[in-house]
Design a binder for this molecule. Structure first.
Ligand code: HEC
Length: 156
């Protein structure tokens, strides 16, 4: 009888713990922001790291657009700019940070890295400028959508 109670208690505890982890994974560590966006609460170093990645993304977009607008169109440079923001830089994200980011944020973020690789592949396979710009525009649509939805704040 006693073991049964302990067994049941353990099962309930397990279910509650998994529920909390699942809820965190979906919702992240968030609260309503002052400007209508959802605020994601991070530690200072975590925010710094993600913002560094953001500035890298903007540099990549800038790199590709600059190549397209230049007379010699050095597509090799555009390809490596796109590749530099691909999945390779997304792999080692700290699991604690992953739990703080809402699911929609993680999905949009990952899709950008995947599409940067696709962009690099497309350039390597001879995409035209219009095709490259179309791929970029589908990504910048997500940059702006995410920026409209979320902001970061620092946990105190
Ligand atoms: C999944 C969500 C998401 C996506 C996708 C995203 N960003 Fe961001 N980005 C953010 C958030 C959140 C901030 C912080 C905004 C704030 O706190 O006001 C940010 C900030 C930035 C900043 C400011 C960096 C700084 O140092 O302050 C730049 C630049 C930036 N993003 C560029 C981009 C570009 C370019 C893309 C697309 C190629 C992109 N972002 C895609 C969420 C995203």
């Amino acid at each position: 009888m006693k073991w049964r109670v302990i067994g049941l208690g353990t099962a309930v505890l397990w279910i509650v713990t998994m529920g909390v982890v699942a809820a965190l994974f979906v919702q992240g560590h968030t609260r309503p922001g002052t400007d209508g966006r959802t605020e994601i609460v991070l530690a200072q170093a975590e925010r710094d790291l993600i913002l560094t990645e953001m500035r890298q993304l903007l540099k990549t977009v800038h790199g590709v657009v600059t190549v397209l607008g230049s007379p010699d169109q050095n597509l090799k440079a555009a390809e490596s700019a796109a590749r530099s923001a691909g999945m390779a830089i997304a792999v080692d994200v700290n699991p604690a940070v992953m739990l703080k980011l809402p699911l929609a944020f993680k999905q949009m973020g990952m899709s950008i890295h995947k599409d940067m690789d696709r962009l690099a592949d497309g350039i390597a396979q001879g995409d035209t400028s219009v095709q490259i710009l179309n791929r970029l525009s589908s990504m910048t649509a997500r940059c702006t959508a995410c920026h409209d939805m979320y902001r970061f704040s620092i946990a105190r």
